[in-house]
Design a protein around this ligand. Structure first.
Ligand code: ADP
Ligand code: ZN
Ligand code: ZN
Length: 838
């Protein structure tokens, strides 16, 4: 709805005309779902005084004639110094937002320097956000039984049934009145329709059965073999398969229903293909909130070490509210969480279990559902609106006790939260980048829990330096679990010096002979292999071998990545793609060199090297569909694949039994970032992916390919020595005054013209230095300094960690933003403050 660049343009209402009606004695602060800096004050008309309660939605006009459902934040008898508009209408009889949620919104807006409206926008599900821009969409699953609707509801429902979608204005026309929000609210509650926001994924009805091709046939030769040897007796099946291949190419995913319809084949013909293991059918349970029985069946025992750790956590919670649980990979953290959750369920409090989005896979969900059945609700960005409404209501009325969700699950309406678990607490995806609020869900969870006197368990095999520091300083309790479940040792690490390999070959080493031999050995004894490379695409950089020209994006200052699947050059920053270049536009030669390698190239290399192995790739490009990611995990889990090669997606939280070898293909790449967290992040990624090896029965093996083999992080890795890494890092951080010793605020300026953004940055930097002195690190042009045709400049501010002064410093910064914007020349410069940036 409201985009970043609306912050300072066109959002302020025109002058307010007319006198305040005489009867008004109360004014309400209303949070509007907009990026305006403050809450907005409205007069409460006499007739509705009793109904205007904090947390309720009210209908108001903002600006000339835009209407919104705002949230009442507070009510006051103090006459504001200016004239105010009146609240039109109260939408809810009961608050839809609890006081704790309002406090949370307020805290986020202060801490992360954004408006409460921006928080509201992120926090409220679409069905509670009514505005002139909203579109009502008919719920196809409702059917056509309108007998429970009253007259007004019926009129709108009928119009919806015909048109499928209605804008708010159209609803007003249908009803011939101005006050339509209460009617819409009822229709949403009765599930006749839902709200669709333009930027959301279009609503799709649930489809149960999906068809997937046996990945063996992802390889062209294999597929050709299959066609060449097709029995002539089964032409219908062949047709069916061809339809499938066509559909999957078009849509990325194929449902059984769509396939049968499209091909005109019979279910029996499809069954023949699945019997032959050419196609598989998968039922997707993640699609919908499953209505499982509300069981509590915990059918496993903790190991002695796990039990001891759990007891320590319980004891720690007697004195502290936050506990860091450092448990090595495969120590059984999830099982321990399950036991801990049980404690809180028995106390009849709610539990929020946070995971990074990408880790929230069917695998984890299944593990929890096994123990908690229908007591657990799942909150996932892949869910559609209706599912979110259902979940929202079930949490609100206390029906759901446990919520498993990604960072935005923090905004759900918990009533009596007892425990928040932040799993993989170190993960950078807990931090929201864009748009505001740029909050870190881990840190926000700690604040939120305090409002309920709830406990927070931060879990990780590789804790963030900040959290470990807090634990060392006794701000958090610290519990460590240093043995794997079942007693298997952490994998042995071998570092392969690519300099010695490179000498014999040209270019960067992708698969060293050592790694190749190890893969062969493991697959031949029926084990599985994971390979990790943190770049997607085929070749991240193309260079003209004659003149050195590098193809760049037109809109961004970055080189383009060659992708094989599209056979085009892609910009990973703005998404634009370009045809592959034949001749160098600069010198006309056709001598292209590929520098570096991405996952596509690895996949290709693996297929050349191991033509008989079953190989799959897992990265953003290969798992585009709604459930592709889960499918791939399932295929690997069921050992229908030998090798899984991928980006950081393969790093996170997966539990496979048969993986005995992990290869990290380019450690130098992980260690080459210029950011102060580079060592921490590189260690976390390597240790996490290593943790996928040898989890259950026998000790696994990890091979790390690197040129800088004596890099300290690699030495720590070799010993799985988190504590030495921590000690090494904490010294660096102290020396350079980085977090956890300081707090960083990163200011980014964006503008279409380079001169303007440079000048603005300089002006802002100088102004800030007058107030914040040495805390301002000066302006810099970021590595990628133009994205989507906007030039970027950055200003880093390192502040001391004194909470009281911090708020003052933030005010200083916002004031300077306003001053800069007051200058006509810089009015259209976008200013972003990111507190605790990644
Ligand atoms: P982590 O999250 O620490 O990496 P997991 O919780 O995934 O570890 O545990 C690793 C594996 O060991 C999983 O397959 C899990 O089911 C199994 N496991 C761990 N603890 C137990 C237990 N107490 N009883 C049975 N299985 C366990
Ligand atoms: Zn050239
Ligand atoms: Zn671009």
């Amino acid at each position: 709805m409201v985009k970043e660049n609306d912050t300072h343009e066109n959002l302020f209402p025109g002058s307010i005309t007319g006198q305040q009606p005489p009867g008004v004695i109360l004014w309400a602060e209303i949070i509007l779902p907009l990026a305006i800096p403050k809450t907005y004050t409205y007069a409460v008309p006499d007739g509705i005084v009793a109904k205007v309660i904090p947390g309720c939605r009210v209908e108001v006009v903002f600006g000339k004639n835009k209407k919104y459902a705002g949230i009442v934040k507070s009510i006051s008898p103090v006459h504001p110094a200016y004239e105010t508009k009146e609240i039109i209408n109260v939408i809810d009889e009961e608050p839809v937002i609890y006081p704790q949620q309002l406090q949370l919104w307020h805290w986020i807006s202060e801490y992360y320097t954004c408006s409460e409206g921006e928080v509201m926008n992120a926090a409220l599900p679409a069905h509670l956000k009514l505005s002139s821009e909203a579109i009502l969409v008919y719920n196809e699953e409702y059917g056509e039984d309108f007998s429970t609707l009253d007259n007004e509801e019926y009129l709108v429902a009928e119009a919806l049934l015909i048109k499928r979608e209605l804008r708010l204005q159209e609803v007003q026309q249908v009803l011939d009145v101005n006050h339509v929000y209460p009617v819409i609210k009822k229709l949403i509650e009765k599930k006749v329709c839902f709200i669709w926001e333009a930027f959301n994924e279009k609503y799709k009805i649930k489809k149960a059965n999906y068809v997937i091709l046996n990945p063996e046939f992802n390889r062209e030769e294999k597929l050709n073999d299959l066609f060449n040897n097709w029995e002539t007796r089964a032409p219908k099946q062949l047709e069916l398969l061809l339809s499938y291949l066509h559909l999957i190419k078009m849509d990325g995913e194929v449902t059984q229903a769509a396939l049968l319809k499209k091909s005109g084949a019979s279910p029996a013909q499809l069954k023949s293909l699945t019997d032959k293991n050419i196609l598989f059918i998968e039922k997707r349970s993640i699609d919908r909130i499953p209505s499982l029985p509300k069981i509590l069946s915990i059918d496993f025992e903790l190991s002695e070490a796990q039990e001891r750790a759990l007891d320590k956590i319980r004891a720690a919670f007697n004195s502290l509210n936050v506990c860091l649980f450092h448990g090595i990979t495969s120590s059984g953290k999830t099982q321990l969480y399950i036991r801990l959750i049980e404690d809180y369920i028995k106390k009849d409090t709610q539990v929020l279990y946070l995971l990074p989005e990408i880790t929230l896979t069917a695998q984890v969900i299944r593990r929890l559902q096994k123990n908690f059945g229908g007591n657990i609700g799942i909150y996932h960005s892949k869910f559609n609106n209706n599912e979110r409404v259902e979940l929202w209501n079930k949490i609100n009325n206390g029906e759901l006790k446990i919520i498993l969700g990604a960072r935005s699950a923090l905004f759900l309406p918990f009533k009596n939260l007892g425990l928040i678990i932040v799993d993989e607490e170190h993960d950078s995806s807990y931090k929201q980048q864009d748009p505001a609020p740029r909050y870190n869900a881990r840190d926000t969870a700690i604040f939120y829990a305090s409002l309920f006197s709830a406990k927070v368990l931060l879990g990780s095999a590789t804790p963030s330096i900040e959290s470990y520091y807090n634990a060392r300083k006794n701000k958090y309790a610290l519990v460590e679990l240093e043995e794997r479940y079942g007693g298997v040792l952490l994998p042995a690490i071998e570092i392969i010096d690519t300099k010695l390999v490179a000498a014999s070959k040209k270019g960067k080493v992708m698969l060293s002979p050592q790694l190749k031999a190890a893969i062969e050995e493991e697959v031949s004894r029926n084990k599985q292999v994971i390979l990790f490379q943190n770049r997607r695409g085929y070749s991240p950089v193309l260079i003209c071998g004659t003149c050195g020209f590098i193809p760049h994006c037109v809109n961004c200052d970055v080189s383009l990545t060659l992708h094989k699947f599209s056979n085009r050059l892609h910009c990973h920053y703005c998404g634009t793609s370009y045809p592959k270049l034949i001749e160098c536009p600069a010198c006309g030669s056709v001598n292209w060199m590929e520098k570096n390698f991405g996952t596509e190239k690895i996949e290709e290399e693996l297929q050349t090297q191991f033509p008989s192995y079953r190989i799959a790739r897992m990265d953003l490009d290969s798992v585009r569909g709604k459930t592709a990611h889960d499918n791939l995990i399932r295929l690997f889990e069921q050992h229908r694949l030998d090798i899984l090669a991928g980006t950081q997606m393969v790093v996170k939280g997966l539990d496979f039994e048969q993986v005995s070898l992990v290869g990290i293909l380019d450690a130098d790449g992980l260690l080459s970032f210029t950011d102060f967290r580079v060592n921490e992040r590189a260690f976390q990624q390597m240790e996490q992916v290593s943790g996928r090896a040898g989890r259950k029965t026998e000790r696994g093996k990890v091979m790390i390919q690197a040129a800088k083999i004596d890099h300290p992080v690699l030495l720590f890795m070799q010993q799985h020595d988190y504590k030495s890494l921590y000690n090494f890092e904490i010294e660096n951080r102290k020396h350079f005054f980085y977090p956890p010793f300081s707090r960083i605020i990163k200011i980014t300026l964006k503008h279409r013209m380079r001169e303007v953004v440079n000048e603005a940055a300089e002006k802002l930097g100088d102004a800030l230095k007058k107030d914040l002195h040495d805390f301002v690190m000066g302006t810099a042009s970021p590595v990628v300094n133009r994205i989507r045709n906007l030039y970027l400049m950055e200003l880093l501010i390192k502040l001391p960690k004194d909470a009281a002064r911090l708020q003052v410093y933030k005010k200083v910064i916002t004031n300077h933003f306003n001053l800069l914007h007051a200058d006509k020349k810089f009015k259209s410069v976008l200013l972003i403050a990111d507190v605790d940036p990644n």
